[in-house]
Design a binder for this molecule. Structure first.
Ligand SMILES: Nc1ncnc2c1ncn2[C@@H]1O[C@H](COP(=O)(O)OP(=O)(O)O)[C@@H](O)[C@H]1O
Ligand SMILES: [Mg+2]
Length: 248
């Protein structure tokens, strides 16, 4: 289980994460919501040490790391082995086929045999609906297809958690839907995930837990239905604005 205790992060003397304490339950999907600039990406990036918060305790499976001290390469490597980050821009290797993109990490990092890695890559591509694209190159794929390959690639590493930062924000609605359906399937299989999204309908369907942050602070931390049924004025304002409920 991944837990944070009083995490703070500043950029140029301005605090963008303020004493964030929360837990990200295993085998569940946590969705991080909040207005633009509230610190969602910084929080997600802090979870695999792409950012280094200046204070707080980072606790993964009861190994506590005091963030006010320097991080060692070993600490960073251990966390990166247990987590995978899916970026908005896919980051596929352009010179490798789709299948080879999925096999690359298992073969190079996990030292899996090629045949085994290939077989699993095909299974994962099937799971994300892209078995027929196994021998295509990334340049031949749509954005939605690319993102599904990126998701298959992250699954191939068998991480404890997958982190996704607005995985569909660069996609047209139809392509977005393909990706969201894949994520819902993975969530049903109880892969632990932490997803930053602006899509509240998706959040409501996929999430077990919501973390709502504004201005670097946690405003809500609890079950998804409690978030959508909240009588907190600020939360209602956010939900209404995001779902256009306030349009007359
Ligand atoms: N590398 C950086 N250097 C300076 N300021 C940053 C950097 N990254 C983010 N910020 C600032 O931190 C705040 C939170 O940003 P971010 O985490 O990207 O928010 P969100 O993902 O919720 O839109 C913003 O004010 C942003 O401008
Ligand atoms: Mg962001």
């Amino acid at each position: 289980m991944l837990k944070l205790e009083k995490i703070s992060k500043s950029f140029n003397g301005t605090k963008v994460l303020k004493d964030i304490s929360t837990t990200f339950p295993e085998n569940k999907t946590t969705v991080i919501l909040g207005p633009s600039g509230s610190g969602k990406s910084t929080l997600l990036r802090s979870l695999n040490f792409l950012e280094h918060p200046e204070s707080g305790i980072y606790d993964f499976d009861d190994t506590k790391i005091d963030l006010s001290k320097p991080l060692t390469d070993k600490m960073i490597l251990d966390i990166r082995k247990k987590t995978e980050m899916v970026f908005q821009g896919y980051n596929l290797f352009p010179h490798l086929t789709v299948k080879k993109n999925v096999m690359e990490g298992p073969v190079q990092v996990l030292k899996k045999g090629k045949d085994e890695a290939e077989q699993e890559a095909i299974e994962l591509l099937d799971k994300v609906g892209l078995k027929d694209k196994a021998d295509s190159y990334p340049s031949e794929l749509s954005g939605g297809q690319s993102q599904r390959v990126a998701i298959a690639r992250s699954l191939a590493m068998h991480p404890e958690y997958i982190f996704l930062d607005e995985p569909t924000s660069a996609l047209d609605p139809e392509l977005e839907l393909e990706v969201l359906k894949v994520l819902m399937k993975i969530a049903e299989e109880e892969q632990s995930m932490i997803i930053v999204t602006h899509n509240l309908a998706f959040a409501r369907q996929v999430a077990n837990k919501v973390l709502f942050i504004e201005d670097g602070s946690v405003l809500f931390d609890g079950p998804v239905e409690d978030f959508f049924n909240s009588d907190n004025e600020r939360i209602n304002g956010f939900v209404n604005a995001m779902t256009f409920n306030d349009i007359e």
